[in-house]
Design a protein around this ligand. Structure first.
Ligand code: GDP
Length: 307
């Protein structure tokens, strides 16, 4: 992840190091290289435009700091702007004042929602919380079973419908095929059993579609989430922006989770989504194990890119 972007930026800055003062032409040449590196990393065009514009303006106004030479100043400006693009300061999850905190997961099929549900549960439990998972993805035949396995591995209970029967603790008479009813009943069960957090896994499709959005919006309305986390596969590249916008319009979300950051994605999704949607990246998923999970720190990610 980011290897190529990181190499490109680093070598761009290396060329600046030998220079004493930077002329406008030097800065423009640098900006051009940054622009190309970002575009090649699949960062959205609008994000690249804003990013390079901001870097250029600040570099030209030469915020002279005695401690830094001109090349270091440019690196610092690029670092600061990367932090901004990645969402600024990390923020913790918003929690309910009373009753269970509801965290709903949304995203395309295969984005990594079900895996994330387990990772998040482990993370929350380590912080002393008592999460319960709710299987409201009834679209994919194996999704409920997969969440049950994830719950078992994570050591947290899963509220799930049984085909033709009701899940553990389910409300009698509840239709096993209605994800909205499952989400609502799961919430009530978690509340009665004094779980302080529920994580609602929802259905994803291979592409954005209206029915999926409507169902996710209905689940949202049924359980009033404190956080809706949009899970996006970092490998998705240039499609990231359109997909994120579709979910922002269709369901709305309060935070982003980047999954598959362990892959060799070029990083465009990571660098575009927070900026384009105005919602912060809260977590990163970095592998198939439940411990492959990080709280996302824009500052650390910027350091990693410029390392
Ligand atoms: P969902 O359809 O959104 O629920 O996605 P899943 O959680 O089922 O994940 C789809 C596939 O991606 C599964 O094979 C997961 O093991 C895998 N996966 C999920 N998160 C990650 C990750 O961070 N890194 C890697 N390498 N694989 C992941």
């Amino acid at each position: 992840m980011f290897a190529s972007l990181s190499d490109r930026l680093t070598s761009t800055f290396k060329n600046l190091r030998s220079k004493g003062r930077l002329s406008e032409a030097d800065i423009d040449a640098t900006i051009r290289e940054i622009r190309r590196a970002l575009l090649d990393a699949d960062v959205a065009v609008s994000v690249v435009r804003d990013f390079t514009g901001a870097v250029r303006e600040r570099a030209l106004s030469a915020e002279v700091s005695g401690a830094l030479n001109p090349a270091q100043q440019v690196v610092k400006i690029v670092h600061d702007e990367l932090v901004t693009v990645l969402g600024g300061t990390a923020r913790p999850l918003q929690r309910a004042k009373t009753g269970p905190t509801v965290i709903m997961l949304a995203g395309l099929q295969g984005a990594g929602k079900t895996t994330l549900a387990g990772k998040l549960a482990v993370h929350l439990r380590e912080q002393g919380h008592t999460p319960m998972l709710i299987a409201a993805d009834l679209q994919r035949p194996n999704a409920v079973q997969q969440l049950k396995i994830v719950g078992e591995r994570a050591g947290v209970p899963v509220y799930a419908p049984h085909p033709g029967n009701q899940g553990e603790g389910a409300t009698p008479g509840l239709s096993a095929g209605d994800p909205v009813a499952i989400a609502r009943a799961g919430y009530e069960t978690a509340k009665a059993r004094q779980h302080d957090t529920v994580i609602v896994d929802t259905a994803g499709r291979l592409g954005v579609d209206a029915e999926l959005m409507e169902q996710a919006a209905d689940i949202r309305d049924a359980v009033s989430p404190h956080e809706i986390l949009f899970v996006i596969d970092a490998m998705i590249g240039q499609d990231a922006v359109a997909t994120a916008r579709a979910f922002a319009d269709g369901v709305g979300f309060t935070g982003v989770v980047l999954s598959k950051l362990d892959g060799d994605a070029r990083g465009g999704a990571a660098l575009s989504v927070a900026k384009v949607t105005g919602q912060p990246i809260l977590f990163a998923s970095t592998g198939e194990n439940l411990t492959d999970f990080e709280v996302f720190h824009p500052d650390r990610m910027a350091n990693r890119i410029l390392d």
